[in-house]
Design a protein around this ligand. Structure first.
Ligand code: MIC
Ligand code: SF4
Length: 645
């Protein structure tokens, strides 16, 4: 039996483990990336490892999330990250240079290489045939130090594309279609390979839109073959030498095959508050729109922006609508300026924002009260926009423009003819926004610049054999990390200050949680299925740790979050029978006995001390995960391993 594309890259990077789905595998990581909202913590963690210089082929520190500097905090963090990059051998992408995933695709990504990033949309790199995965900051820190990245060997899904997209139907609609088919948990435990004859009709930016939003499926990653389209993109970026052809073997086998005929798709829209809440744009026609935002790592390429500019050219947006446009990188912005497309955008009445995440993570441009906001982004979780009752819909750039021009949700095919958009043969190369590290010989003299906002991170405790604590919070299905640890302009500046952040933990669900958890001393959380979906932020584990949470019991977990819980020393357990979720109530006293032997057996009994009922739980920790939990955290485990060497 032949190999799939992802299996080939895994095989070439396998450090340990066997490639049977469900087994623990360790991979050598060639490249890492961080962004500033997760980076500060990741570099603090890296620092504690005492490694003088990163041991990857390439590591890049991007500044793109916390760019609204309404106090000293973000600017201090940027200086800290910049000094860390200089000293420890990383490239530093300055604020304004662009969104990490867009810049990485343009300037650094290489087919066939492995990349992990402390951001869940790192799979964007799959658009050029990389095995690119989102991870917690601590996992990225370990990889920067030359350590392997541990994952569960995924199943292989294939999406077989046929046909060609019609005008006004886009790669974003393909992403929304696969979310409609699979849902936000349909990709958990799988790598999604996109191929088939239709794949050749998609450009690299279109492919990257699709692999980017694979994160919303919960997939380990998504990947396209590296082919003539990839080659042309890399050559246009002046990086033709990075091209290698890569495809799956003709006899490769997949656990699931999904067929999508591109020519049959219609413009789609994800309704509040989940990316898989999909209907056709047509079915919502006439819905009033207050705000439109175009950009984010999903839809901010030059190709997207040129289409937007061409559709806006000579037109004016409706007076009731506020339109923001954030190009994905300085390369995109500068090329838009050079060809005059930026003037068309400005003339339409759009507000041009800097090349950064911006509104996508609630860093400004929050909608009005109860406002309807159409966004070309990838997530529309409740409250994420910064307006608690904002109604966020996810759409393609074409559908976004149609709404900005008409003031209502409008099928973009009604805009008339799609203007011809020419992608230049060569991109404008100017890497002056990327600062190289100091030479190894000069690294000692580089001073690390720390601001007062950097507070020590919480102390983990080794897992105890018996654990009795209160169930302080019971939540439902599909809880996102934006519920657990909200982001936004007010909170994000405190990503290196866990005590301050802790006041906002679970604020969207229950504002009393932080105080109640602190008062309880140690506690349990119970959740439904797909708990922890969404971002890679390890703060969604570190903050509960700080508040005394010792174990989280759910019907199922999302991949990156479960790893972050273990890395922080919080035990993730699942109900053996999902219906037992009903047998515990907030406020009950719960007891776990024989934790160590239970971890080995893969089964534990939870006693509801309040009702007297016994509830079977399951866990499937690898030996390494058990050792991490017993040591108290991944950091403690790594320190112990270094001592033992
Ligand atoms: C997101 O899109 O939710 C973020 C903000 O980029 C996060 C990272 C973070 O919380 O810092 C992600 O996707 O991992
Ligand atoms: Fe930034 Fe939004 Fe992309 Fe996250 S999803 S990296 S916040 S643009």
């Amino acid at each position: 039996m032949g190999y799939t594309l992802a299996q080939k890259i895994i095989k070439a990077h396998l450090v340990s483990g066997d490639m049977t789905p469900g087994s623990d595998i360790a991979l050598k990581i060639d490249q890492t990336l961080t962004q500033d909202a997760t980076g500060t913590m990741a570099y603090l963690e890296f620092e504690t490892m005492g490694i003088p210089r990163v041991r990857t082929e390439l590591s890049v520190a991007y500044i793109d999330h916390n760019t609204l500097q309404s106090g000293f905090e973000n600017a201090d963090d940027h200086r800290f990250i910049q000094s860390m990059a200089k000293k420890y051998g990383l490239y530093f992408s300055r604020p304004g240079n662009g969104i990490c995933h867009q810049v990485h695709l343009e300037r650094f990504g290489k087919p066939g290489k492995t990349l992990i990033g402390s951001d869940s949309h790192t799979p964007t790199g799959g658009g050029i045939g990389m095995l690119a995965m989102g991870a917690g900051g601590l996992d990225v820190a370990v990889a920067m130090g030359g350590g392997a990245y541990h994952i569960t060997m995924p199943k292989m899904y294939k999406v077989n594309l046929t046909g060609k997209l019609k005008d006004f139907v886009t790669a974003k609609d393909v992403s929304l279609e696969i979310l409609r088919i699979l849902s936000v948990k349909g990709g958990v435990g799988a790598i999604i390979e996109w191929g088939g004859p239709g794949a050749a009709t998609l450009t690299v930016p279109e492919r990257a839109t699709i692999t980017n939003m694979g994160a919303e499926l919960g997939a380990t990653t998504s990947i396209f073959p590296s082919d003539e389209v990839t080659k042309a993109f890399l050559e246009a970026q002046g990086r033709g030498e990075d091209y290698v052809p890569l495809a799956s073997d003709p006899d490769a086998e997949y656990d699931k095959v999904i067929d999508i005929d591109l020519s049959k798709l219609k413009p789609l829209i994800a309704c509040p508050h989940s990316p898989d809440n999909i209907v056709t744009v047509e079915s919502l026609k006439g819905t009033r729109v207050d705000q439109v935002c175009i950009g984010s790592c999903t839809n901010s390429s030059l190709y997207d922006m040129l289409k937007v500019a061409a559709l806006l050219k000579g037109k004016t947006i409706r007076p009731e609508v506020s339109l923001s446009i954030s190009p994905g990188s300085r390369q995109v912005l500068s090329m838009l300026a050079d060809c005059g497309a930026l003037s068309d955008i400005i003339a339409s009445g759009a507000r041009v924002l800097e090349c950064a995440c911006g509104p996508c993570i609630g860093m400004g441009f929050s909608p009005n009260s109860g406002g309807v906001s159409l966004r070309t982004f990838n997530r529309n979780f409740e409250g994420r926009s910064g307006t608690a009752n904002g109604q966020v819909y996810l759409v393609s750039p074409e559908t976004a423009v149609a709404a900005a021009l008409t003031g209502e949700i409008t099928d973009p095919t009604l805009l008339g003819e799609m203007p011809e958009v020419e992608i230049p043969e060569a991109f404008k190369i100017d890497d002056s926004g990327i600062i190289p590290p100091a030479d190894p010989g000069d690294a000692d003299s580089v001073e690390i610049l720390r601001g007062p906002n950097i507070k020590p991170f919480p102390q983990s405790r080794p897992q105890e054999d018996d654990l009795e604590a209160e169930l302080v919070l019971k939540v439902g299905d599909n809880i996102t990390t934006d519920h657990i640890m909200p982001a936004g302009a007010k909170i994000l500046p405190y990503r290196s200050n866990i005590p301050h952040l802790s006041q906002y933990c679970f604020g969207v669900c229950d504002e009393t949680f932080p105080d109640r958890a602190k008062a309880a001393g140690q506690s349990f959380i119970v959740g439904g299925s797909n708990y922890g979906q969404g971002s890679s932020r390890e703060h969604a584990a570190l903050v509960p740790l700080y508040l005394g949470v010792r174990a989280v019991i759910t019907k199922s977990f999302a991949r990156i979050h479960v790893a972050n819980l273990i890395n922080a020393g919080i035990m993730p357990l699942t109900f053996k029978y999902p219906c037992d979720y009903e047998k515990v109530n907030q406020g009950d006293m719960l007891k776990l006995s024989g934790v160590y032997s239970g971890m080995d057996r893969g089964e534990m009994t939870l006693t509801n001390v309040t009702t007297g009922e016994n509830i079977p739980l399951v866990c499937s920790f690898t030996d390494r995960q058990k050792d991490i939990l017993k040591a108290g955290s991944l950091l403690a485990y790594v320190a112990k391993e270094n001592e033992d060497v």
